[in-house]
Design a protein. Sequence first.
Length: 334
Amino acid sequence: MNSNIIKSIKLNNFRNHENYALEFSKNPTLILGKNGWGKTSILEAIYITLTGKSFRATDRDILKREAGFYRVEVEFFSGEKMIVSYDGGKKQFLIKDKKFTRLPKMYKYPAVLFLPEDLHIVATSPTKRREYFDRVLGQLDSGYSSALSRYNKAIKQRNELLKQEFLSRDAIFSWDIMLAKYGVEIRKKRTKIVNRLNSKLTKVYQEIAKNKDKVEIRYKSYTSEVSESEYLKLLQMDYERDSMLGHTNFGVHKDDFEFLFNGSVADGSASRGEVRSMVLALKFIEAELIEEELGKKPVVLLDDVFSELDVVRRRSLTSNFSENQVVITSVEKA
């Protein structure tokens, strides 16, 4: 079944693309180009129109150098159009002659994004792993994105206050309350999604790798199972140390997601190919959960990952996403 969503896209002053247009007529769509040509930028533009935000930068970073605006126009196979524009100060979405500063939930469409760095997620930093799972969770649960946004705002404000020379406990108390409230909510949602992923991970992995190995994600929460009131108390207990260091030490912003291979930490015990299979399994489950939760087959954006996958895993990737609209970038052969 062909489930194409996007029919065409036009870019103006979007990163290094002054004017660019692409028609999506076949599935999958392959975008070829040399390194530095701007292939990832096209996926970024698609991602913005589907989800409302970039996966790698601010609007000012996206704006082509010395240009006063950027514009992305997308036509969908449904006949609808969307224009995303940024004038150097604000971004807006134009849909059915109505303007929005944020993409409304009813117009969002899920996307599974596959970047080359995702293939290294097992061995990367806790920050990168959190960013990955935050992105996945944000699509599955809009409440998660909201809680994370509020938590990040509170952390930023609290840390700015902690850097001040003269500070009282009362000045940060309201931010501590926010951190406790949203920190506990974030931890609960992360625990839930990891349990859902683990319920499918080994089975999907074994189908790809053709072996009997067991794989698992272990959510390492910095806040353990503390309640909201206990969370608040721990923040207050850390006040002296935090004010001395100038940042908040306790909280879900320190959490990590550890990959296990047959019960041992995968980074070091699993081979390169086994790690690749784990990440592929994770992506397939991500798409499956999105469809279960939202009732839509996500658009799949694959950024130059084929060069890092062998023939067997490439075949697995394309066959598992055969019913999704797929857009692939790849380096042009010299």
